[in-house]
Design a protein around this ligand. Structure first.
Ligand code: NAD
Ligand code: TYD
Length: 351
């Protein structure tokens, strides 16, 4: 069947990889990128595919119900893959309400619009909600998050994502919508906005600026290459069982300080600097409030049921990521200067 899929947040980091994968892999699908272009949305991320005949962009805020209804009507939308969100924990500590609006109310708007538009036969349509492992809270030294781990969110970001996950569940139980959810660990890779750890530190190493490590640097995250997440999303969307949750992770835990040291070493090699040079930029700073100590995903279910596993090691993925940032310094420059926000104006204002 020729699907007409809304991908929300398609101009963001992960969304742009998902849009690219679907546009290229499924020429008979119509892919509609619905994105408000907040500070995190950048259409330059999709420059290579934005003239493909099966790709469409709609500058729509998911808080705007009428605009959402119009997009459903205009394209005859059959499915939704929902990634749009406020996604940065540090921003959620400063402005929690922005996270409530987009992540909770925006998700309910989308669910509600989809439910109404698909009322004739809900069984023909799928609503796929992309979530995070942060909803499970913090682990101690041992243990892994499974799909049945109780929700225990600690930051305004994770609380808003947890709430949106619950609404997806409620729409399934109450209205019998076909839904699927996946909860993924920390992603890294090309087009990552330089406010998050890895791209921020790559940028600062290039510029020889301090590398601000929070607290004691012993916080642990499970890192996954973004292209492997996009491949997992493709599998879950097509083959995931209705009503199920899938945890997606890299089987790849790193303490922040060890990761930063590896990054410094790889960058010194690539930049022809003396090994140890960039490590001198490491600066321990005041901790993030409510900082979760450790995240780690058990991705056995998606591996066993859908045959997914990460395709690259962390060393390979990190090396490819650094190479991408080094060969796309104009992108980095446009993002850090704010110039990227003019791209929509120049490319889309006359279309
Ligand atoms: P991102 O911040 O890079 O991109 C978010 C996108 O959503 C941007 O293009 C932005 O313009 C858009 N957006 C924000 N508010 C909107 C609104 N009100 N209406 C329409 N569009 C809006 O985020 P990301 O890192 O690509 O994350 C994408 C999704 O994956 C999020 O739901 C996030 O919770 C989830 N996730 C992210 C990670 C990660 O490591 N980055 C890990 C697991 C899950
Ligand atoms: P981040 O990339 O913000 O992702 P998340 O908080 O969603 O896991 O941060 C990853 C880890 O790196 C987290 O433990 C916080 C830490 N961190 C720093 O030490 N310094 C920084 O400047 C940033 C942005 C993060």
């Amino acid at each position: 069947m020729s699907k007409k899929i809304i991908i929300t947040g398609g101009a963001g980091f992960i969304g742009s990889h998902v849009v690219r994968l679907f546009v290229n892999k499924y020429p008979n699908y119509t892919i509609i990128n619905v994105d408000a272009l907040t500070y995190a949305g950048n259409l330059e991320n999709l420059k290579d595919i934005d003239t493909q005949p099966n790709y469409f962009f709609e500058k729509v805020n998911i808080l705007d119900v009428k605009a959402l209804e119009d997009v459903f009507d205009k394209y005859g939308v059959t499915d939704v893959i929902h990634l749009a969100a406020e996604s940065h924990v540090d921003r959620s500590i400063v402005s929690p309400l922005d996270f409530v609006y987009t992540n909770i109310i925006g998700t309910v708007n989308l669910l509600n619009t989809a439910k109404n538009k698909w009322a004739a036969d809900l069984s023909k349509h799928r609503f796929y909600h992309i979530s995070t492992d942060e909803v499970y809270g913090s682990l101690g030294e041992t243990g892994l998050f499974t799909e049945t781990t109780a929700y225990d969110p600690n930051s305004p970001y994770s609380a808003s994502k947890a709430s949106s996950d619950h609404f997806v569940r409620a729409y399934r139980e109450t209205y019998h919508m076909q839904t699927v959810v996946s909860n993924c660990s920390n992603n890294y890779g090309p087009f990552h906005f330089p406010e998050k750890l890895i791209p921020l530190f790559i940028h600062n190493i290039i510029q020889e600026k301090p590398l601000p490590v929070y607290g004691d640097g012993l916080y642990t995250r499970d890192w996954l290459y973004v292209k492997d997440h996009a491949l997992a999303i493709d599998l879950v969307f097509h083959d995931g069982k209705d009503g199920e949750t899938y945890n997606i992770g890299g089987f790849n835990e790193w303490k922040n300080i060890d990761l930063v040291k590896l990054l410094c070493k790889q960058m010194d090699e690539k930049l022809g600097r003396e090994i140890g040079h960039s490590e001198k930029l490491i600066t321990y700073i005041k901790d993030r409030p409510g900082h979760d100590r450790r995240y780690a995903i058990d991705a056995t279910k998606i591996n066993k049921e859908l045959g997914w596993k990460p395709s690259v090691t962390f060393e390979q993925g990190l090396s490819e990521t650094i190479d991408w940032f080094l060969s796309n310094q104009e992108w980095l420059q446009n993002v850090t200067s704010g110039n990227y926000q003019n791209y929509y104006q120049s490319m889309y204002s006359n279309r």
